[in-house]
Design a protein. Structure first.
Length: 94
């Protein structure tokens, strides 16, 4: 994996959306103490090294600036680990 993106590369950036002082007052204490961070995927508008700030153009046409965290990121989710009862076994499908 390269540690530098080129203009037009598919990348992911991280930015702080809300500082702790700007967050809602009804959050749990440990949550309220942390900044609200977002990760945005888009096309790099300039070259940048990992950890540098770069602007990206998103698929919806927004331009977002953040710290470069990944180059050519995939799509993943972390809703829950896979359980055997959720798995489909095509050997037993009839």
């Amino acid at each position: 994996m390269t540690d530098r993106c080129q203009p037009g590369d598919w990348v992911e950036v991280e930015r702080v959306l809300l500082e702790p002082a700007d967050r809602a007052g009804n959050l749990p204490e440990d949550t309220a103490a942390q900044p609200l961070r977002v990760w945005v995927k888009g096309f790099a508008r300039t070259g940048a090294a990992m950890g540098e700030t770069v602007a990206v153009g998103t698929m919806t046409g927004r331009v977002v600036e953040g710290v470069l965290t990944d180059i050519n990121p995939g799509y993943t989710h972390t809703f829950a680990p896979t359980r055997a009862v959720w798995s489909f076994d095509n050997r037993t499908a009839g």
